[in-house]
Design a protein around this ligand. Structure first.
Ligand code: SAH
Length: 362
């Protein structure tokens, strides 16, 4: 759990698992069942004020109030799409970092996209999140807080979670795993692991680790290119891991979990959308238990690249289907509010005159 300066000297109670909270209550000579009560207030009832926890003795509530913050984040700004009801949230951490989360309405329920880091050091050439490098990783409670604040604000249950906002979740592995266990805990919001997707640019060691966690979470891999040479030109992480290594790790994941992997392929005009790329992509995924998600690129002001023509996207879809693949084209959501990764955070930081030139990069 986190007890450092991120919280301005306070400790972070929301990151305690129920077992850790129980041990802590016992160490205070409190009854162990207080932990169950407090855990339920925070993670099920989403009550973030000790004084509103009506079954907690006043003395204990006052002591906790002095030392522990509960929700380490607040909603700074909210934008609602006029076209599809997508809501984009700018959230602010206790130490003043800005991140983004998005709530999207689908026929099957509300899906929330959360950030795993403030900034990103992966350096993908088409992505707005990485332009200013990595500020810091988010804690498990900061990931939980995005879900809790959105559920409270929208007044309805979050049904699906995608960890596809700002940041590389596998560059923040331990906090990610803690978050996944807590959000799917039956003592909390109890969101089914099957309704959660984690997206990575392909940090191979962590794919093996993730397979070994044996969770029912879906793994999505940002492929974006069907060969190493091309991939290196748009994703610096490709200099570290080859597509062959990624494929081996994915095969390990599917054999260990029995779960279908999603390959994400953002289509960039004239870069990775030629018929030859479609062919290479089909041969790369051949025989794998997978699903391919074609993503028409969201144009980012600072980036040169543009979205592929609709015809190229349809060609990929038809070609991959002909090769017996399971393919979908991602629906663009919230275009009018710049819902693509990191665009708003960047604008907000620029407006505040903040510079991240010195931040860490890969
Ligand atoms: N770092 C993780 C998760 C965050 S991004 C990853 O790389 O998977 C979520 C997805 O959005 C990734 O597939 C990412 O490559 C993609 N993405 C980033 N910028 C984009 C843009 N401008 N248009 C379309 N997709 C984009």
């Amino acid at each position: 759990m986190n007890t450092d300066e991120k919280y301005n000297g306070y400790k972070d109670l929301m990151s305690f698992t129920k077992d850790e909270l129980t041990d802590y209550m016992i160490s205070l000579d409190e009854k162990g069942f207080r932990a169950a009560q407090i855990y339920e207030w925070i993670h099920k009832k989403l009550v973030f004020r000790y004084r509103n926890m009506t079954n907690i003795p006043k003395k204990l509530a006052a002591m906790l109030e002095e030392k522990y913050i509960i929700c380490p984040m607040h909603i700074e700004k909210k934008l609602v799409s006029q076209t599809d009801g997508t809501v984009k949230y700018l959230m602010c951490t206790a130490d003043g970092n800005i991140i983004e989360s998005v709530a999207m309405q689908y026929s099957y329920g509300m899906s929330v996209c959360i950030s795993s880091q403030a900034g990103c050091r992966m350096g993908c050439s088409f992505c707005a999140s990485t332009i200013m490098g990595l500020e810091r990783s988010l804690t498990a409670s900061e990931m939980l807080a995005q879900i809790y604040l959105i559920q409270k604000d929208m007044g309805k249950r979050v049904d699906n979670i995608v960890v596809m906002g700002i940041g590389e979740p596998f560059d923040n592995y331990n906090e990610l795993i803690r978050f996944l266990h807590m959000i799917s805990d039956e003592n909390g919001l109890n969101i089914s692991q099957r309704s959660i997707t984690v997206s990575t640019c392909g940090i191979v060691e962590r794919i093996y680790d993730f397979a070994d966690e044996e969770m029912a979470v879906t793994l999505a891999i940002s492929l974006h290119a069907p060969d190493d040479e091309l991939r290196k030109t748009i994703m610096p992480v490709a200099n570290r891991y080859s597509l062959d290594e990624i494929k081996k790790a994915c095969l390990y994941f599917t054999s260990k979990t029995g779960r279908r992997i999603t390959f994400e392929y953002a289509m960039i005009a004239g870069v990775n959308d030629t018929p030859e790329c479609a062919e290479k992509l089909a041969s790369y995924v051949k025989g794998m238990l997978c699903h391919i998600n074609l993503i028409p690129l969201n144009s980012v002001k600072e980036r040169e690249c543009r979205a592929s023509y609709a015809g190229a996207v349809r060609y990929f879809e038809k070609y991959l289907e002909k090769k017996q693949n399971n393919v979908t084209i991602r629906k663009g959501m919230g275009r009018d509010i710049e819902a693509a990764c990191g665009q708003l955070r960047r604008e907000c930081l620029e407006a505040k005159g903040k510079s991240f030139q010195e931040n860490e990069r890969m």
